[in-house]
Design a protein around this ligand. Structure first.
Ligand SMILES: CC(=O)SCCNC(=O)CCNC(=O)[C@H](O)C(C)(C)COP(=O)(O)OP(=O)(O)OC[C@H]1O[C@@H](n2cnc3c(N)ncnc32)[C@H](O)[C@@H]1OP(=O)(O)O
Ligand SMILES: CC(=O)C(=O)O
Length: 541
């Protein structure tokens, strides 16, 4: 191990400066707990002088009993022309009751004269007096040198002088900020090296992602001697975001050999990332490195063949090291190996290069050519494999279905579906209404099946997606429908249907969804059908 790098999370402060990210106090408290479980060292909760919500967070965070992390407040140096003890923002930091604080000050001479509108000397006094004030109150002080890299490039002497003043006042950390996010890794490396030669106080790094280099820049800073990294979960933050701790932590720990979070807790990384997306109500991108759904998803037949022999042939780390899982996708790009892997996952006995296996792969390729897509429809794929291996018995067969829609004047349209299915030789005919054709068909099909399998009531659709396959054919084109269903809201299964008619494609996906839910219950159907025949007999008597 090369030594400890302290992880400073600012998801709850700089993260919420990102467009579309807004967290309630309860959300912030939940995320703080999760971050503590991950093992970060500092959690910047907000800016007490900014709004009552942030102040409430600090007051309630005292009850969190965190095991590892220090709750940290954020603020700026004092306003110019007043004393630090008269500055409302600095006083609110003290009131918030935190043990650590990050205050930002200006490093770039241009910012001092243009944005602050004061003299270079007064800015140095603002830095010194603010840090001193907070140190005298017993706080750990992280001095965030805003625009440090841009400032250094314009006037290195002044930028370094601001750091010296913070250090002289007793700052515990000097965190160099690439506030505008435009620096390149070699610049960060050179400038951090120069700072390390100039000051003895430990150095941190805070990067923004405007040039898509925030992670690379943070790693370059650590290589040059920074021992604290600031960033956010999933890279949330102002403009294009902050440095993404979800990528920085495993890169530092697994690739570069630094200690960041305890090894066991690194396995919380995927879960933490998804938890924060969930609370922020943002869809996680599948392709997010380390933690995305696709981060360890193998599609090409050649890749799958190799990972079955040795996973590291196509994986840069072990997925389980960051709490993620390996996946194999089945598609027209599959070979026998993809099928073999999926069969193992489904507990299906299948050897490589059997005639059945080859036929199933051929069928997948043919169906994908027609527009089906199995990588997002694993339940339809399992049905296809079991049918191909002769392991599937139909619980019901469809005789016909019909959909009627009527709209009279300004009244709401009424949709009615009729379904005729056969269960173990017995015909069941049902009619149901719905708020659209798919809903009416779903209701009619359930009504028919519920008589035999009452527990089907618990199953419901959670997602329905339609994709036009050949846009040039406009309304005559084929569509692909993907349906996701669940019973308990946790485990779900996806099915696919394809047709030039959207209702038929939906019907096909619906049928697969019901078939998957009832798979293996053929014998049960026979018994229930018999009871139903007896019941009907008694009723008709
Ligand atoms: C790089 C960063 O991410 S810094 C963090 C940015 N985050 C935020 O701004 C979110 C929270 N901010 C807020 O709630 C508000 O901006 C507040 C409460 C802090 C201040 O609000 P207001 O008093 O209305 O001021 P306003 O936001 O309009 O302007 C900021 C003021 O701070 C001054 N200022 C900026 N940086 C500093 C600094 N390092 N030290 C002291 N003063 C500063 C500006 O010069 C400006 O002063 P002026 O009004 O005399 O021109
Ligand atoms: C302090 C801070 O958030 C920045 O300079 O980007």
């Amino acid at each position: 191990m090369k030594g400890q790098v302290f992880i400073y999370d600012t998801t709850l402060r700089d993260g919420t400066q990102g467009e579309g990210v807004s967290l309630s106090v309860d959300d912030k408290l939940k995320i703080a707990k999760k971050l503590d479980q991950l093992g970060v060292h500092y959690i910047e909760g907000g800016w007490p002088g900014s709004n009552p919500k942030d102040m409430e967070f600090f007051l309630r965070a005292r009850e969190l009993n965190l095991k590892h992390a220090k709750i940290t407040a954020f603020g700026s140096t004092r306003r110019f022309g007043i004393t630090a003890d008269a500055d409302a923002n600095l006083n609110m930091i003290i009131e918030s009751g935190v043990e650590a604080v990050a205050i930002f000050g200006k490093s770039w001479d241009f910012h001092v004269t243009e944005a602050l509108g004061t003299t270079l000397e007064e800015n140095l006094n603002m830095i010194y007096e603010s840090v001193r004030f907070l140190k005298e109150k017993g706080l750990e002080v992280i001095y965030d040198a805003e625009h440090f890299f841009d400032g250094y490039k314009h006037n290195s002497e002044y930028a370094l002088a601001t750091l010296r003043r913070a250090a002289d006042a007793g700052a515990d950390w000097l965190t160099l900020c690439d506030t505008n996010g435009g620096s390149l890794p070699h610049e960060i490396s050179e400038i951090v090296t120069r700072v390390k030669e100039t000051v003895e106080t430990p150095v941190g790094i805070h990067c923004h992602n405007d040039g898509e280099l925030a992670v690379a820049n943070s790693l370059a800073a650590v290589a040059a001697g920074a021992t604290q990294v600031q960033g956010t979960i999933n890279g949330f933050g102002e403009r294009c975001g902050n440095a993404n701790l979800i990528s920085i932590i495993p890169n530092l720990q697994l690739k570069l050999g630094y200690a960041c979070v305890p090894e066991e807790q690194l396995k919380q990384l995927t879960n933490t990332s998804r938890y924060v997306y969930e609370i922020a109500n943002i869809m996680p991108p599948n392709v997010q490195p380390f933690v995305g759904q696709s981060a360890f998803a193998h599609k090409g037949g050649m890749h799958v063949s190799a990972i079955l022999k040795a996973a590291e042939t196509y994986e840069h780390i072990k997925p389980e090291a960051v709490g993620n899982t390996r996946r194999v996708l089945v598609s027209e790009l599959s070979g026998q190996s993809n099928l073999l892997f999926k069969a193992q996952e489904l507990n299906i006995d299948l050897d490589k290069n059997t005639p059945e296996g080859r036929a199933i792969i051929q069928q997948v390729k043919e169906l994908e050519h027609q527009g089906y897509q199995y990588e997002g429809a694993e339940a339809s794929f399992e049905l296809l494999v079991r049918k191909g291996l002769g392991e599937y018995e139909e619980v019901f067969t469809v005789e016909s279905f019909k959909v009627l829609m009527e709209k009279i004047g300004d009244h709401d349209a009424v949709t009615e579906a009729t379904v005729k299915i056969k269960v173990n030789g017995q015909t069941v005919h049902t009619v149901a209404e719905g708020n659209g054709p798919v809903n009416a068909l779903d209701n009619a099909l359930r009504k028919a099946i519920e008589a035999f399998f009452p527990d089907i009531k618990e199953m419901y659709l959670t997602d329905y997606k339609v994709r036009v396959l050949s846009e040039q054919d406009a309304t005559a084109s084929k569509v692909r429908v993907l349906i996701e269903s669940t019973r308990d809201g946790k485990d779900s299964w996806s099915t696919v249907g394809v047709s030039a008619n959207v209702i038929e494609a939906s019907w096909e996906a619906l049928l697969d969804s019901m078939r998957y839910a009832l798979m293996g219950r053929h014998g049960e159907a026979a018994e229930i059908a018999l009871k139903e025949t007896e019941r009907q007999g008694i009723l008709n008597h």
